[in-house]
Design a protein around this ligand. Structure first.
Ligand code: AMP
Ligand code: MG
Length: 407
């Protein structure tokens, strides 16, 4: 049977997933995890004035050629105070607080610990002072009107700080996609129930809902449907009616009860691929109906999560206009040999370690249903197909799906 390669499949998905919506405005406090839809520029210089970085004295550095030196204290300026008339004359110093504007005439701030006489009319400077010391000059961090963030960036903690610093509120964000999630299979019961003999809890539904949230989209769980063509078509119709992306799990293999691809086709979904040269995820189905992206993922939860990372996450991010829809790909050295698949790229869970040279330790067993060992991974090792064993020490591409845990 002919199988489509991973890169070609990914290209097909990204091609169909081009950005399709305009931005919407949300309050900054609600913007975390969303994607910025427009470039953001600064409305201020940062800092907005020459700012003292220490509590101490604003001085002329040329006055303190050879310490110790005594200077006359001619004023005081605190954070938030405006002292337009205050000037540091030769031989003089102004008491200053962290965050206060440096008065005219001063070109350095000497920290209080290196002086004696704080609060007195005269101060003794005990240490040498260099020009510019402990001053953050106006616009040193950011110039007014300069770009701060680009459209397509994800709003994380640091980006929230930047948006606050430039007063960007409300924030233009990509409208989060609504993603319908349907689990299929006669044996599947809701996860909160105790499964009977020969039943399985729905693991894919909750796992994919979490994965959808992680890419900043909104999961719309549509429940579990049995292996029945009509029921499958009905729930597909509900999903297509309400959502931007439709995910089904299970029912995509070649078994007699695997109705998903046919049901999608009968529901007017144009199918772009149905079989891939990857492991896990060989029976992954991708299609579109108008603007809606549709994925049929394997029912095995590990396979569903891997194919989500490989195709669904990039598709959702690309559709929302992400600057970088793909997870980072790093190179890492295998810590142990692996036996590749003959004809399919194997996306094997691994754990990254090391600092100077990244190493990657495979953690998953060849059993793709092993949800426990795969959960310990933070990356997918792309093991290229081939007949020969790949020795320890070989450098391979790894797709980073979580930040390395640091241990
Ligand atoms: P399928 O893709 O329908 O052939 O399912 C492959 C395997 O995954 C079977 O052992 C199913 O019982 C199991 N499976 C299917 N859907 C789910 C699900 N939602 N949660 C947990 N396991 C599932
Ligand atoms: Mg099934």
């Amino acid at each position: 049977m002919w199988l489509l390669e991973y890169d070609k499949a990914l290209r097909a998905v990204l091609e169909k997933a081009r950005a399709a919506h305009g931005p919407q405005m949300v309050p900054l406090t609600q913007a975390f995890g969303l994607l910025l839809a427009d470039d953001v520029r600064s409305d201020v210089d940062l800092p907005p004035f020459d700012r003292a970085m220490m509590d101490g004295f604003a001085v002329k550095s040329s006055d303190i050629a050879i310490p110790p030196v005594e200077l006359e204290v001619t004023g005081r300026v605190g954070a938030g105070e405006e002292r337009a008339g205050l000037v540091v004359e030769p031989g003089c110093a102004v008491e200053i607080m962290t965050g206060a504007p440096v008065p005219r005439g001063a070109d350095a701030v000497i920290q209080v610990e290196k002086t004696s006489g704080f609060g007195r009319p005269r101060v003794r400077i005990d240490a040498p002072v260099t020009r510019g010391q402990s001053i953050s000059p106006r616009a040193a961090v950011l110039e007014k009107s300069s770009p701060v963030l680009r459209a397509g960036q994800r709003i994380d903690v640091a980006q929230t700080a930047l948006l606050a610093a430039v007063g960007c509120d409300p924030v233009p964000v990509a409208r989060p996609l609504k993603v319908a999630i349907i689990s299929t299979g006669d044996e599947i019961v809701p996860h909160a129930k105790t499964p009977g003999v020969s039943q399985i809890r729905d693991v894919c539904g909750p796992a994919l809902a979490a994965a959808v949230r992680r890419v900043g989209c909104l999961p719309r769980p549509l429940g579990i449907v049995g292996d029945d063509p009509k029921a499958t078509r009905d729930v597909i119709a509900r999903g297509l009616a309400c959502c931007d992306v439709l995910l089904l799990t299970g029912g995509v293999s070649a078994g007699a009860r695997d109705h998903v691809a046919a049901a999608l086709f009968e529901s007017g979904v144009e199918l772009h691929f149905e079989r891939l040269a990857i492991k896990p995820g060989k029976p992954t189905v991708f299609g579109t109906r108008a603007d809606t992206l549709v994925f049929g993922l394997p029912g095995n939860p590990v396979s569903a999560m891997v194919t989500f990372e490989l195709f669904v996450a990039p598709a959702c991010l690309a559709r929302m206009g992400a600057a970088k829809p793909l997870a980072p790909v790093w190179q890492a050295r295998l810590t142990q040999k692996v036996r590749p698949e003959k004809t399919r790229t194997w996306f094997l869970h691994g754990r990254l370690r090391g600092r100077a040279v990244l190493e990657v330790e495979p953690v998953a067993s060849p059993n793709s249903a092993d949800i426990v060992s795969s959960s310990m991974g933070d990356c997918l090792i792309a093991v290229p197909p081939g007949a020969r064993e790949i020795p320890a020490g070989t450098v391979l591409d790894v797709i980073v799906i979580r930040r390395p845990s640091g241990d």
